[in-house]
Ligand binder design. Structure first.
Ligand code: HMG
Ligand code: MG
Length: 298
């Protein structure tokens, strides 16, 4: 009852690097994305076309994107509004992602809007993107718990997911932004989404590993039929606007588990570990991924 193949949506270059204290040089970012593609990752979130003052680490999106856009991988980018979409489309982006929140506190902190105000911003953005033939992913943050509001009721999450699907998103990503989810909660949300007519095959899961639950939560989602999993190389990541958000599920930890389960990902684990070890040197600290530590020998 597990999927035969899992598509990994690699977020290290975006979710990972957006949260680094130091700003990584554009050339290093481009090399990172190239190496990720070389390791067999086929969906690599490259950067964000957000306000440069809100996320200075990704303020070089205009310079970076043309350096990687011809790689043989899908390169989705984040767009928070029409301005972001215009910037992304002008550079030839073919995949974009809007990012909503299930909670008011995070919508305010991350987007400077209420939940409904931000959905109203996204609606024409999604339509314009689809009219231009772009693929649109809709993220939903704080699907399980929120640092200000505590546990998030499932129906509140379902409402935002439904709204994103209704405006034309082709894929959802369920974000456990602060890593508090546990497997039973994951199953309950997926079942509630199915009951509201959201099919499992449009759902991706996006777990941060703050409490060490990301892999267990991923397995729960796979058992439910989910086959798109977000992860970041080396476990880089976090969110600058959510206190207590740490790195994402490490791609290496995910690949190790999937390989053991006989599930194909197309990723060369050795090359990926080497890439994360290389990036860790640039960042001046070791990767938090247990698999990277176990497999990198120096
Ligand atoms: P705002 O200040 O309300 O913006 O920010 P505004 O609409 O009032 O515009 C103010 C000025 O910003 C205007 O310029 C706009 O043109 C400019 P002015 O006319 O004053 O000269 N502006 C822009 N410039 C460049 N690019 C743009 C853009 N938009 C407006 N796209 C805004 C609202 C949404 C822009 C801001 O809040 C923002 O950029 N937020 C992004 C925050 C962010 O990137 N967070 C991290 C990503 S989400 C995440 O990590 C979670 C996820 O991983 C899933 C999970 O783990 O849960 C996806
Ligand atoms: Mg995230």
């Amino acid at each position: 009852d597990l999927p035969a193949r899992v598509r990994i949506h690699e977020v290290g270059a975006r979710d990972g690097l957006q949260n680094e204290k130091s700003t990584v040089p554009t050339e290093v970012k481009a090399e990172f994305v190239r190496r990720l593609a070389d390791a067999g990752l086929t969906t690599i979130e490259a950067t964000s076309f957000v306000h440069p003052k809100w996320v200075p680490q990704l303020a070089d999106a205009e310079q970076l994107f043309p350096m990687v856009r011809d790689l043989a991988a899908d390169l989705p980018v984040l767009v928070p509004n029409q301005r972001g979409l215009d910037r992304a489309l002008a550079l030839g982006a073919r995949r974009v992602a809007v990012f909503a929140s299930a909670t008011e506190s995070f919508a305010k902190a991350n987007l400077n809007r209420t939940v409904d105000e931000s959905l109203a911003v996204f609606d024409p953005v999604v339509r314009h993107a689809r009219d231009e033939g772009a693929h649109v992913r809709g993220y939903v943050s704080m699907c399980f718990g929120d640092p200000w509001e505590g546990a998030v009721p499932v129906p509140q999450v379902v409402r935002v997911c439904r709204a994103l699907m209704d405006m034309g998103c082709q894929e959802l990503s369920l974000g456990d932004t602060i890593g508090v989810a546990t497997p039973g909660h994951v199953g309950a949300l997926l079942a509630a989404l199915n009951a509201e007519g959201v099919p499992t095959d449009v759902i991706g899961v996006h777990f941060h590993d703050t409490y060490g639950q990301a892999l267990a939560n991923t397995l729960a989602a796979l058992r439910h039929g989910v086959s798109t999993v977000d992860a970041s190389a080396g476990g880089l990541g976090g969110c600058p606007y959510a206190k207590s958000a740490t790195g994402n599920l490490a791609t290496e930890d995910l690949v190790w588990m999937l390989r053991g389960l006989g599930i194909d990902t197309g990723v060369d684990l050795g090359r990926l570990v080497a890439t994360s070890a290389w990036m860790a040197e640039h960042l001046g600290r070791p990767s938090p991924s247990r698999t990277v530590r176990a497999l990198s020998h120096k």
